[in-house]
Design a binder for this molecule. Sequence first.
Ligand code: LLP
Length: 424
Amino acid sequence: MVEPTREHAFSYRDGVLCAEAVSLDALAEEHGTPLFVYSHDTLVSRFHRLRRAFAPLEPLIAYSVKANPSLGVIRSLAREGSGADVVSVGELERALLAGVAPGAIVFSGVGKRRDELEAGLAAGIRCFNVEVAEELELLSQLAVARGVVAPIAFRVNPDVDAKTHRHITVGRKVDKFGVPFEQAVALYRRAAELPGVDPRGIDCHIGSQLTQLDPFRQALARIGELVGTLRAQGLAIEWVDVGGGLGVRYRDETPPTIEAYAEVVRDAVSALGCQAILEPGRILAAPAGVLLTEVLYRKQVGEKRFVIVDAAMTDLPRPALYDARHDVWAVREGTPLIQGDVVGPVCESGDFLAREEQVPDAQVGERICVLGAGAYCRSMTSTYNSRPRAAEVLVRGDEVHLIQRRERLEELWAHERIPEFLGS
Ligand code: LLP
């Protein structure tokens, strides 16, 4: 049965698009644009929907912080019982600051530095997902020096094609991620001998924005095979970390439901008698956010029409990076559609929010917004063209909470110095 939870809480009320009970026009007046607007209700109901779908397994849901690392977002999920999947000391500190229990934090990442491993050991996290043999040796030394034992899992590369955009498929042999499947048994044996590390889990993440279940099935089958081999050799595996990766509908995609995904994972993991760890990012955060922007100008060149807005690829890089197509809605209900591009002010032709699409025919000064912008947008912003980063607000019912103020211009050069020899 499909959960009746609304996909997101952005809908028209009295002719104006609202986030829960708050008009996006009012938010733009108050906080300016471009502005990221998040719905607390969407975020937490996505989390509960996922938890319900996995209920019999009682997994650790470790929200993948990279999707949206704002403290207000992490805390919203942590208060509902979420853990965190982090990939840097910065994300680790964020998760701890936001109140995630160290025992609910897993540390992933292809190249963790010594200081990052140290920080994880100091915090006493749930697990290090080890991706390379040398990392295992280093972690063992550091843990011994501290007199602690680090719980670990190897991130195993199952050599499965996730069939998603080439930049976010990560589970093939040729990708840089994880330890090769054929080397996994030897590495587990090595880990079992080494002091300071305790191999307790197995980890696998094959890609992001997956719109099919088969790659998950294949990867889990291979992991199951490996768990069998390891157990036969006397190595106990307590948990399977299945990573993240389930896709969302941005525009035309038809991803599997959370429930269908859960069934695949539940079957595989319960057959192994293991606990489960999940690392979802996008499915929790993406539908919970929009990027609100104002129309600056309009331009027509022959048949070609451009709506020029004050948000850019610096705020929403997904179209430029992954050919992503997001829905774009007008804040005024009933705004007609035209065929055209929504573009930002940045000096690159890759700077578009929508290209050759039916887009709102919004007039100068009116606002439009990009949906599905709660994940991998604000977290991937840059200050290219010396554009300060956008503010973020979290809406809960009729309450508005500024969770990150707009970056100030002078903050852009606050850490810069003109060398003395160039004069003052
Ligand atoms: N676990 C690991 C080890 C990961 O590398 C990732 C994402 C996740 C979990 C969370 O995956 P999710 O559930 O969000 O698919 N910037 C790209 C996505 C990059 C994903 C990187 N890793 C985008 O905008 O599509």
